[in-house]
Design a protein around this ligand. Structure first.
Ligand code: GP9
Ligand code: MN
Length: 716
């Protein structure tokens, strides 16, 4: 059977080649004219009698069964991912389905160029890869509220280090449904194969199939292109709002685009450098050192002790269970210092390292990759460098490996004199990712004693570790009850007894409270030891939460809507039901920022100015007497309520609204949710447009500093 077919093919081939020779003798433009005529005839025929064409289409579909299944499965996977991550309404987004279809058809078209089983193998490999993209993004989004990026390949080592955290905290059954696609494809391959080979249309290479599929893809691509707005195109090119790129273009095109963008830094010197430098020079041309204020120079010459509070969110402050504070020591610090309760960490995928970067440079995190890993060789103006000019010794202590987040290299580049990492600590008690915070702080104080003997002034950062997701080392955190205890009179005995309502015990959020309580306990020990060693004298303590705990929005439902009378979640119709919507969730990700000095006569004040990590450097600069011209944030005491906090996603926040640039909508977060008066807060479109422009500019200038090394290169 096979042999006969082969002979037939040879005959066909021969025939074709003689036809080709004939054609070669005809002038070229005549051939084109003929082809046009034929096409016109076909279109006319189609208009007057479309039936045979539809019949033909049906035949093509039937004869390409497995290819059709391949296309449907991969388009479906992308739609399911959107539905899970961006909301069920996105599953039927016709434009995005077209985009996915275009991509799958394009990549699938090569199937026709393979022979026999090669066709199936190609489709299978593509499906495995595309499903893997869905699995990775599904779980990655849960963890980082962001789509993954190819640039994270360079940060993969850190992801493996926190790997257990990812698996335990993130990988859920919903992340694995995409694996069904390759399984279905494999199954159908065997089912169809048993019957005949028709499912592959032909076992030969099929050039027409290849060209035909590409033509269909071009058709769907053109229809999709008609749905694009200017904003859609700009988002694709800038890639700061990955979410909106996925929502419009689908996960596959997003990843192709991301791949291209990831390669961009490598070609930076070749493309766009001149315009980036021009924009940079214009942006900084009229930047002047800001005016002085009541805080100018108040801490000049004092030691700076910075505490990097791993995953410490602001809502922990003041939170109690059964009259017990979750963070009593932090509460005390907030009560006696300058406490900023509307402060955001502005991190991107570099989490801890992004916070350290933004705090020390007042620049935004990298839009692709991370500053600490991918841009560690660029020049930055930083707190340690500026303090060095004033005679300070700068160091950081962290009981994790020194190369985690590339700290060893990047800290040096930022001007730190020394990183006391894991190798300089005795690992005598482990919690979560490594050395317990209690042991870390005890050992750190001893090191600090030596440092103060050897150096006049210091800027030291103490990076905590224990309160890191997945918060599962519960038995090591010590006792802290997160269920509700109630004292009742037993009707039978008439005696008082304590009953327990199942509130947060056993939940991820409940475990986070226990973990945070432990970290706070460690902080208490740190302060006691510092005091004992008289290391708080002439010293300013700065505390910040480095980013949120990366817990799912759904985790908060029980916290805010638990009904003690029914031991269940309140009904949404209940008047006391708290709508912890996506905006409340975003706002709740804020972290505490506290400045306190034992020997300052400053009044303790709580400030609610909108403030971001990028405002820390200018604010401290004013207090300690250093200035960074390239800072993108502001001294908070100069801008106060007029500040804007921008996020790497392009979202931003002002004193009363949070703007989601993907959805192009704002949320007024200052309205009184308990009042009956509707929230009729209105802002002008001009204000939104102006802020969007400002945010775009700041993100572009910041990212270009990293990509094109503009601080260094602008001096040339
Ligand atoms: C690792 C620690 C945690 O050393 O700082 O990093 P994170 O996972 O929070 O970015
Ligand atoms: Mn962190």
């Amino acid at each position: 059977m096979k042999k006969v077919e082969k002979n037939k093919n040879n005959e066909i081939k021969k025939k074709k080649s003689t036809e080709k020779n004939k054609k070669d003798s005809v002038p070229q433009d005549n051939i084109i004219k003929e082809k046009f005529k034929a096409l016109k005839r076909k279109i006319n025929n189609f208009i007057h009698n479309p039936k045979p064409y539809f019949r033909r289409l049906r035949d093509i579909i039937v004869n390409n069964k497995l290819f059709v299944v391949f296309v449907i499965l991969n388009v479906l996977n992308a739609a399911v991912l959107r539905a899970f991550v961006l909301g069920s309404h996105t599953i039927f987004d016709f434009d995005t389905i077209l985009a996915d279809l275009t991509f799958v058809l394009l990549i699938g078209s090569f199937t026709h160029l393979f022979r026999e089983q090669g066709k199936f193998i190609y489709m299978f490999i593509v499906t495995v890869l595309l499903s893997a993209i869905c699995v990775i993004n599904s779980s990655y989004y849960t963890f980082y509220s962001e789509f993954s990026s190819i640039s994270q390949l360079s940060t993969a080592q850190f992801i493996t280090d926190v790997g257990d955290a990812v698996v335990e905290n993130v990988l859920e059954p919903k992340d694995l449904i995409y694996i069904l696609s390759p399984i279905i494809l494999l199954f159908l391959h065997y089912v169809y194969k048993k019957k005949d080979y028709k499912y592959l249309h032909t076992i030969r290479r099929n050039r027409n199939g290849f060209i035909g599929t590409i033509c269909i893809a071009i058709g769907t691509g053109i229809i999709f292109a008609f749905t694009l707005t200017g904003t859609d195109i700009s988002r694709l090119t800038k890639l700061w709002m990955r979410e909106s790129v996925v929502e419009k273009y689908g996960i596959y095109i997003y990843h192709v685009n991301d791949l291209v963008k990831s390669l961009e830094p490598k070609f930076a010197a070749l493309f766009g450098y001149d315009s980036a430098l021009k924009e940079f020079n214009e942006f900084y041309s009229d930047v002047k050192q800001p005016a002085t204020n009541e805080f100018t120079g108040i801490f000049e010459g004092k030691n700076i002790l910075v505490i990097h509070g791993e995953s410490m969110q602001n809502f922990l402050i003041g939170l109690e269970f059964n009259g017990q504070e979750v963070t009593p020591n932090l509460n005390k610090l907030a009560a006696k210092g300058m406490y900023f309760n509307n402060f955001y960490s502005q991190v991107h995928i570099g989490t801890s390292s992004d916070t350290e970067f933004t705090l020390n440079t007042s620049l935004m995190p990298a839009s692709i990759g991370t500053a600490f890993v991918d841009y560690a060789d660029k020049e930055y103006v930083s707190i340690p460098k500026l303090l060095k000019e004033k005679g300070y010794y700068s160091f950081a202590m962290h009981a994790n490996k020194g190369n985690f987040w590339n700290r060893r290299t990047m800290h040096l580049n930022l001007g730190y004199d020394h990183l006391y990492a894991k190798d300089e600590f005795v690992i005598d008690e482990e919690i979560g990712l490594g050395l317990s915070d209690v042991s870390f702080f005890k050992q750190a104080v001893q090191k600090l004693k030596t440092i103060t003997e050897e150096h006049d002034k210091y800027y030291g950062t103490f990076i905590m570790l224990s309160n890191h997701t997945p918060f599962s080392d519960v038995e090591k955190y010590g006792e802290f009850d997160v269920d509700i205890k109630e004292t009742v009179i037993n009707p039978e005995t008439g005696k008082e007894e304590v009953i327990s309502h199942p509130y947060m015990e056993g939940t991820k959020l409940g475990n986070y409270f226990k973990s945070a309580h432990y970290a706070d306990y460690a902080l208490g020990i740190f302060f006691d030891e510092l005091e004992k060693e008289r290391l708080l004298d002439n010293t300013v303590v700065i505390f910040y939460g480095d980013h949120d705990a990366r817990l799912d929005q759904s985790e908060y439902e029980r916290l805010y809507n638990y009904d003690i009378t029914t031991d269940d979640i309140k009904d949404e119709d209940d008047p006391t039901y708290i709508d912890f919507n996506e905006y409340e969730y975003e706002l709740n990700r804020k972290v505490p920022f506290i400045i306190w000095s034992k020997d300052s006569d400053m009044e303790p004040v709580t400030y609610s100015y909108p403030m971001g990590m990028y405002d820390v450097m200018p604010t401290l600069g004013n207090m300690f007497g250093f200035y960074n011209k390239y800072a993108l944030g502001h001294d908070i005491f100069n801008v106060k309520d007029d500040n804007i906090v921008i996020f790497p996603t392009g979202n931003w926040l002002t004193k009363d609204l949070y703007y989601n640039s993907n959805k192009e909508e704002y949320y007024n977060y200052t309205f009184d949710k308990t009042s009956d008066t509707p929230n009729n807060f209105v802002v002008s479109q001009k204000m939104i447009d102006d802020n969007n422009q400002k945010v775009d500019k700041i993100l572009a200038v910041s990212n270009n500093i990293l990509v094109y090394d503009l601080i260094r290169n602008s001096k040339k």
